[in-house]
Write a protein that binds this ligand. Structure first.
Ligand code: CP
Length: 387
């Protein structure tokens, strides 16, 4: 099949008006975008992947500086940002947030003005403290926009949320792309179990399960959220998931039992996150810069986790899923022997890598849509001219 034929199902479903509406847009929460906009990005990502795998250059952002600021560790997202930037012909710069003057108290607005004047798009990860990450990103954006407006500049510098306290959009959009590929007949009516799982390593952010329940409920999926008592998610995300499920014809159900969540599921996404009350307590300790209290909160979070070591995705639980053959997903890294058994992880090793590989194309799609005019016809042109 020619590249033109392969890309046609994706490109032909994108409405020009929807794609044009993404020009200059930041991705701060998937909830800020319409379902049509999310689908347009997924279709652009799928097209870019096909072009990339065929070796077709997609240099829409030549000579642009694509700057990313990380206030937390990362393997996949950092390299996906760099990989996306280079594939688009831009120059990536990935910076440790703690090495910037933010650590000395420079405001988010001022940081935004400085980074915005020098770069053409910005990625930010700021995920550790509830109530802060997404707010920081919005303040950075306000700083950029204010600087550009006052200088009479018409260019825009979009921000891509590379994980915040509320959402992890490039992860959940990558997950959506992987699900669309694995279930080509559609996601409507499919059941996904988003379950808490035991971790001894650290109190992990809430943003992945929150992002998943907010996004997958928009596609008619039956989303089950399971966790032990005390591991609730942010109320605004729960409300969003409930609303989306009602609108899409899907369902959103909260369960207290991992077996029940896995029973008959088509997809399972078991991963750990921190106890909600301790994540809230961390907000105050962080504000006071009380490092001893931060350490104590982390110690108590791991102690709390240890009461639920039986929340593991293992072979027995996978047998409970639909025909014993659910798709296992994880944003990675996974705690092997705690969140998931070594055997299940090994069985899905390549599948997990393909899931992770979608992120580079999602970031490319977000940046290309935000910064390229006439993107759909340009993509058609590249697909048509490829050998
Ligand atoms: N899933 C994910 O965001 O991985 P990293 O933390 O390695 O970026």
């Amino acid at each position: 099949m020619s590249l033109r034929q392969k890309t046609a199902p994706f490109l032909e479903t994108i409405e020009d008006a929807v794609l044009d509406g993404l020009h200059g847009r930041s991705m701060l929460l998937t909830d800020d975008w319409s379902r049509a906009e999310v689908e347009a990005v997924a279709n652009v990502a799928a097209t870019l992947e096909l072009l990339d795998r065929r070796g077709v250059p997609t240099q829409f952002l030549a000579n642009e500086l694509l700057y990313a600021l990380f206030f937390d560790n990362s393997t996949r997202t950092k390299s996906s940002w760099a990989g996306a930037a280079v594939r688009l012909g831009g120059h990536p710069m990935v910076v440790d947030g703690s090495s910037t003057q933010v650590a000395h108290g420079e405001t988010a607005e001022e940081t935004g003005a400085m980074l915005g004047m020098n770069s053409h798009a910005l990625g930010i990860r700021h995920d550790l403290i509830l109530g802060e990450g997404n707010k920081f990103m919005r303040s950075v954006k306000a700083g950029i926009d204010d600087y550009l407006r006052q200088g009479g500049e018409t260019r825009t510098v979009p921000i891509v949320n590379l994980q915040c306290d509320i959402d992890h959009p490039t992860q959940t959009l990558a997950d959506l792309c992987w699900l669309r590929e694995r279930f080509p007949d559609g996601l409507s009516g499919k059941t996904i179990a988003v379950s808490w799982a035991y971790s001894p390593s650290y109190a992990k952010p809430l943003s992945v399960p929150q992002g998943l329940i907010m996004l997958m409920t928009r596609f008619g999926m039956n989303v089950r959220l399971a966790h032990p008592p005390g591991y609730e998610l942010m109320p605004q995300c729960m409300e969003s998931a409930t609303k989306h499920a009602a609108e899409s014809g899907g369902t959103f159900t909260v369960m207290k039992n991992m077996d029940e969540a896995f029973a008959g599921a088509d997809v399972v996404y078991p991963k750990s996150w921190g106890p909600y009350d301790l994540m809230l307590e961390r907000v105050d300790a962080n504000r006071q810069k009380d490092t001893e209290r931060m350490k104590d909160i982390e110690r108590r979070a791991l102690e709390r986790n240890r009461a639920h070591t039986d929340w593991i995705c293992d072979e027995r639980r996978m047998k409970l899923t639909g025909r014993g053959g659910a798709l296992y997903m994880h944003c990675l890294p996974a705690d092997i022997g705690a969140e998931v058994s070594a055997g299940v992880l090994e069985q899905f090793r390549f599948s997990l890598a393909r899931e992770a590989n979608k992120k580079v194309y999602v970031i490319m799609a977000l940046l290309a849509a935000a910064k390229t005019t006439g993107l759909r016809s340009k993509l058609f042109g590249l697909a048509a001219s490829a050998r």
